[in-house]
Design a protein around this ligand. Structure first.
Ligand SMILES: [Zn+2]
Length: 308
């Protein structure tokens, strides 16, 4: 039995996994952000609720494990940031601990039990508040030992003009310290930023999308520019990885006409031609983090038992 966790800035969700087909969510609990002992106590409560002795604990976290130092980079939960969290939790709790990035868990969930089933290479893209991604090849998470593979959201790469007809787009400063990242234009905050630049309007992404769906011209312009900016780096990611499916998660993935528009733009820019949708809505809802972490845990324990 695996106990999996989806650890976010506001809540910790737990789950029990006995097989790919048997993953049961447990109660959600608030995340202690500044108190590591409190954080460990919450995990202990979830394990107690699960009952029995887990073979391992598997955590999905909105952060990245540095593959050189094994330290977790997780700015929004200070009490676990910069810790060698797997080792610290193993010492506290006495079980093997796996840590994976939430976008990686999303990609794993989609590859094994979602829209990516049957595909060798799955590039899972997140269009949520910001932009992220994860890569699964032959059922293996490329970042299984930590790392940055699939992070197409960062780097100074967006075009300086976009849309039809083209309009100048500034290289916006990004939280990662660079300028012109996909993350600055591709998620909900990015749509809001583009709408402000193009029209001087401070609207929420929900309002912009709502107006776009009703045929508003200004919102159409914003979406046109956003899709144009995002499609090229996503097409490049597909050319580089050879992905044959791109399940999309995050809040914007619920807007199917937006994904259809992005899919059309991306398919026009990649070398391989697909006569079917390539950029598609995710299927593992509502808990891809929990499911992906559980799948990683099951894979880990299956291989350990096989080796023993
Ligand atoms: Zn960035």
């Amino acid at each position: 039995m695996i106990v999996s966790f989806d650890i976010g800035g506001s809540a910790i969700k737990g789950g029990i996994a006995r097989s790919m087909a048997d993953i049961v969510p447990l109660a959600r609990r608030p995340t202690p952000k500044h108190d590591f002992a409190g954080f460990v106590a919450v995990l202990r409560d979830v394990i107690a609720e699960a009952g029995g002795k887990p073979d391992c604990l598997s955590l999905s976290i909105a952060g990245v494990v540095d593959p050189d130092t094994q330290a977790l980079i997780c700015a929004n939960i200070p009490c676990i940031h910069d810790r060698r969290l797997a080792a610290d939790l193993e010492a506290e709790l006495g079980y093997p601990v796996l840590i994976a990035n939430d976008a990686d868990c999303f990609a794993m969930a989609e590859a094994m039990s979602g829209a990516g089933r049957g595909h060798r290479i799955v590039f899972g893209a997140i269009l949520g508040t910001g932009v992220g991604g994860g890569l699964v090849a032959d059922g293996r998470l490329v970042n299984a030992a930590g790392g940055f593979a699939g992070e197409w959201g960062h780097g100074p790469i967006i075009a300086s003009s976009a849309g039809n007809p083209p309009v100048a787009v500034p290289a916006y400063a990004c939280g990662c310290g660079q300028k012109g990242c996909v993350d600055t234009v591709g998620g909900a905050r990015g749509i809001e930023r583009l709408h402000r630049t193009l029209h001087g309007l401070e609207f929420s992404s929900e309002k912009i999308i709502d107006e776009w769906l009703k045929g508003d011209e200004r919102a159409e312009r914003t979406i046109d520019v956003m899709v144009d900016l995002v499609a090229s780096p996503l097409a490049l990611a597909i050319n580089i990885t050879g992905a044959t499916i791109v399940p999309v998660g995050g809040g914007l993935s619920n807007v199917e006409p937006l994904l259809a528009r992005l899919d059309e733009a991306v398919r026009g820019r990649i070398l391989r031609k697909f006569g079917r949708p390539l950029v598609v809505p995710s299927q593992c809802r509502p808990e891809p983090g929990l499911i992906g972490a559980a799948l990683l845990g099951l894979q880990y324990t299956g291989e350990r038992n096989h080796a023993a």
